[in-house]
Design a protein around this ligand. Structure first.
Ligand code: 13P
Length: 249
């Protein structure tokens, strides 16, 4: 049975003290349920987050990593650096990385391979822009994103993949895909994975929804059979809101 996951992508928010404070609040208020909680602070606060959440049932993830093993890549962070401090999950392909840092699916395929080589779990983000949905090209686009970045993988690699469908037009806009739109796309994705990798992989891969998930809409979104959790931006920066979303399952 696939896992329910709620992941907070903190983006470029929270300094070190604020990171500690937010984690302490999350730890103090979190209930025990079956939903995995993931937090993704910025690189400089990852070690603090790992130390703070040690054996507290919270997974710490990085928001990005470089595809190379190491070398002269000023400002970048390698997989080995992450795993050496206990970070074994990485978000790849976020739409902000694609839009502002020109990450393509071909580049993401390399990052995916490097992460897997280091036995990391990947939360792979993808999703269409509004212009794609307006011309009814959203299913095609999502299919190409998955094909170009992930469909070279072996069946066995998929135990390390979590998918995160984030329609770009719903990120930070207050505009959410309707629960029906989310389910329709998640079902399409699972059917596609089934076609390429078979039933078992398709049934076991968790597909998260991201884009303006808030405490007041999480329950409805998560009630869809193919939505296995959320990737949360703004609402993950407040412990009460984030935990209300975690508890929406
Ligand atoms: P918001 O929840 O702020 O829309 O952000 C979603 C997101 O980009 C998570 O990665």
């Amino acid at each position: 049975m696939r896992k329910h996951i709620v992941a907070g992508n903190w983006k470029m928010h929270k300094n070190n003290q604020e990171t500690v404070k937010l984690l302490e609040e999350i730890i103090a208020k979190k209930a025990t349920n079956d939903t995995e909680i993931v937090v993704a602070p910025t690189f400089v606060n990852l070690l603090t987050a790992v130390e703070k959440t040690n054996s507290k049932g919270i997974t710490v993830a990085a928001q990005n990593m470089h595809q190379a093993e190491g070398g002269a890549f000023t400002g970048e962070v390698a997989a080995d650096m992450l795993t050496s401090i206990g970070v074994n999950t990485v978000i790849l392909g976020h739409s902000e990385r694609r839009a502002y840092f020109h990450e393509t699916d071909a580049l993401l395929a390399l990052k995916v391979d490097t992460a897997l080589k280091h036995e990391m779990r990947i939360i792979f983000c993808f999703g269409e822009e509004l212009k794609d949905r307006q011309i009814d090209n959203h299913f095609n686009l999502v299919e190409y994103q998955l094909r170009d970045a992930l469909f070279h993988l072996e069946k066995s690699d998929w135990s390390k993949i979590v998918l995160a469908y984030e329609p770009v037009w719903a990120i930070g806009t207050g505009e959410t895909a309707s629960p029906a739109q989310a389910q329709e796309m998640h079902k399409f994705i699972r059917t596609l994975i089934d076609k390429v990798y078979g039933y078992e992989v398709a049934e076991n891969v968790s597909i998260l929804y991201g884009g303006s998930v808030k405490p007041d809409n999480a329950k409805e979104i998560f009630s869809n059979p193919d939505v296995d959790g959320g990737l949360i931006g703004g609402a993950a920066l407040n412990a009460d809101d984030f935990l209300a979303i975690v508890n929406a399952f």
